[in-house]
Write a protein of this length. Structure first.
Length: 276
């Protein structure tokens, strides 16, 4: 499996448009990996994780087409992860495709409700251009050769989830947006045999020492990694990646990367690609 990090920031991005904090000003001066768009990822060029407002920019910068995506997994309905009105560009006038097929989006409860409130959703569904698949936490399903499991997240919105994605003996845990994992999720993980090849941890708080509710920072990531180790969910070869950064977290990429590396974590950046 291959994961490509299309965007790696929290909702404000880095630099945030109106912000003059040290992290944002540093990003403006130095550019490169310090510039972070809203979080989104692509697995094997086929599985899209979230559909936020930077999706169009990501298709251009990272040279992929939404017509090649097999399906999209939505974590929750916050606007940095779900921009439902952008689906209007799948309407026939805007998408002249060589082989017609619907865009498939999977989500839990509130995420699908948010999509259905979108300006173009009813028309897209009536024309067979959009398929919405209702899923349930802790109930794995198979789609396009992948085994997908939604896990309950700790986050400030109805029905937040994050995902296990498995294929050909490999397993990815994409844990955004969430604080320390809820007890139900830990109980589920304890009940299954899955061990992860790559774990992507929510690191919104970066270096802030907060309570790890709703989001985590590097301290919470370290705690969560230890808890997963105690459950037997890690391999010696497991890759640990921190991702989804806020400019409020007291460090940008250049500052965070060596600190995270010293704790055994890779720091995601826009365009980073990892095979596992």
């Amino acid at each position: 499996m291959i994961i490509k990090y299309l965007g790696t920031a929290a909702s404000e991005a880095v630099p945030a448009p109106f912000c003059e904090c040290d992290t944002c000003e540093y990003a403006r001066r130095h550019g490169g990996r310090n510039i972070q768009s809203r979080a989104q990822a692509l697995v094997d060029g086929k599985v899209l994780l979230d559909f936020g407002p930077d999706t169009f920019m990501h298709t251009i910068l990272h040279r992929f087409k939404l017509s090649d995506v097999a399906f999209c997994l939505i974590t929750h309905p916050h606007e940095d992860h779900l921009a439902a009105d952008e689906l209007g560009y799948r309407l026939s006038y805007a998408a002249h495709m060589k082989q017609e097929h619907p865009f498939v989006m999977c989500g839990v409860g509130a995420a699908l409700e948010a999509i259905r409130r979108g300006q173009f959703t009813a028309q897209l569904e009536s024309e067979g251009l959009l398929v919405l698949k209702q899923i349930q936490p802790f109930r794995p399903f198979e789609l396009e050769g992948y085994r997908i499991t939604a896990l309950k997240a700790d986050h400030g919105t109805p029905d937040p989830v994050f995902y296990i994605i498995e294929k050909d003996g490999r397993a990815l845990l994409y844990a955004h947006d969430t604080g320390l994992f809820p007890a139900e999720t830990m109980d589920y993980l304890a009940s299954v045999d899955t061990r992860f090849d790559l774990i992507s941890y929510d690191c919104t708080n970066v270096l802030l020492e907060w309570d790890n509710r709703g989001h985590m920072g590097l301290t919470g990531n370290t705690i969560m990694r230890q808890r997963l180790a105690e459950l037997g969910k890690l391999k010696e070869s497991t890759i640990h990646v921190v991702n989804h950064f806020s400019h409020n977290g007291l460090a940008g990429y250049d500052q965070l990367m060596p600190i995270a590396l010293g704790k055994g974590f890779q720091t995601a950046f826009d365009g980073m690609e990892l095979e596992f």
